[in-house]
Design a protein around this ligand. Structure first.
Ligand code: AFP
Length: 313
């Protein structure tokens, strides 16, 4: 039995998506065993960007690399690896992934995930990924939460699948996700408030003023620290997410990686009717210049993202 219902997946891409789902289901089983298995949240070193790596970061990376190799993928770019890996000579696709996003949540049983972005392989390894976000042929995330979910786009809407524990296969739950235009919630790491730029501070202050302020309605605040969990909540019931640039050294372009996190999430969000920008410019119009480059990231419900763009002048 395939690891995902093939009905809504382009045939050419099916082996790659099936491999991602097979591996995602295995990762999900490992996560579900938690402390009964290995110490998944144990620190094991640092990646080339200086981020702390947990045991599950490394394990998931190895598992996705092996799965994608088996599916004939040409290039694999991972947030956990410094360079692009050449997997299968002559393969058609190049896959970028954050194999385990939200790793600070591993030990506390909060939703974590895998994010992936697929391009047709180009001339060389780096050129396959350093190109406009609009050239992605597919993108998705797997959320390891109360349910194991897959959100997936091929540029014709965003589909939602659920891993059925009875069959071990991802089954279609929603053929076309639709992100509500208005939002009642916003997400930003508020501990960085003193470092924010004036437009970001202005947006948050508008939300805080709620019904008594210019906005005229109350907004709730949420922050999980796991982009996959945050994106899934916003795709489901609307909201906004901001990881902007701020004044901390090293955060001139925010925290999130263009290739592994920002571009794929932007593709999914826009295909569900939302907007994704770096504060001013649509992410889908941007091109990564370096494999691990960061980008300020603002996405979510259309009206809110438009307001944030307006505040950026
Ligand atoms: P980790 O995987 O290192 O925990 O990073 C998660 C993440 O890339 C993204 O999922 C969160 O939205 C963001 O970082 C959280 O950043 P803060 O630590 O600044 O809250």
């Amino acid at each position: 039995m395939p690891a995902i219902d093939p009905a809504h997946i382009p045939a050419k891409l099916f082996p790659v998506i099936d491999a991602l789902c097979t591996t995602g289901a295995e990762v999900s089983r490992i996560i579900a065993r938690g402390p009964l298995g290995q110490a998944l949240g144990a620190g094991v070193g640092e990646n080339s960007d200086g981020d702390q790596q947990k045991a599950l970061d490394v394990l998931a990376d190895e598992m996705f690399e092996a799965g994608l190799r088996g599916a004939g993928v040409r290039y694999y770019a991972s947030e956990e690896q410094e360079e692009v890996l050449s997997l299968v000579e002559g393969g058609t696709y190049a896959v970028a992934a954050d194999p385990l996003d939200g790793s600070s949540n591993i030990d506390v049983n909060v939703t974590i995930g895998t994010i992936f972005s697929i391009f047709e392989a180009a001339g060389d390894a780096n050129a396959s990924f350093l190109r406009p976000a609009s050239e992605q042929v597919a993108a998705g995330y797997i959320a390891y939460g109360p349910q194991c979910l897959l959100a997936l786009t091929f540029g014709e809407g965003t589909q939602l699948y659920v891993l059925d524990p009875e069959t071990g296969s991802f089954a279609l739950a929603e053929a076309k996700m639709s992100l509500p235009e208005a939002a009642k919630e916003f997400s930003i790491n508020a501990s960085n408030r003193r470092h924010w730029t004036p437009p970001v501070l202005a947006y948050v202050e508008e939300n805080e003023a709620g019904a008594e302020g210019a906005k005229g309605r109350n907004m709730n605040f949420r922050w999980v620290g796991s982009l996959v969990a945050e994106t899934h909540r916003i795709l489901t019931r609307g909201g906004t997410f901001l990881y902007p640039s701020d004044a901390r050294p090293g955060y001139e372009s925010g925290r999130l990686r263009m290739v592994y996190e920002v571009a794929p999430m932007a593709f999914l969000v826009e295909q569900a009717g939302g907007l994704a920008t770096d504060g001013t410019t649509p992410i889908m119009a941007l091109t990564a210049e370096k494999l691990h480059e960061r980008r300020p990231f603002v996405f979510g419900s259309r009206q809110e993202v438009e307001r944030i763009t307006e505040l950026h002048g």
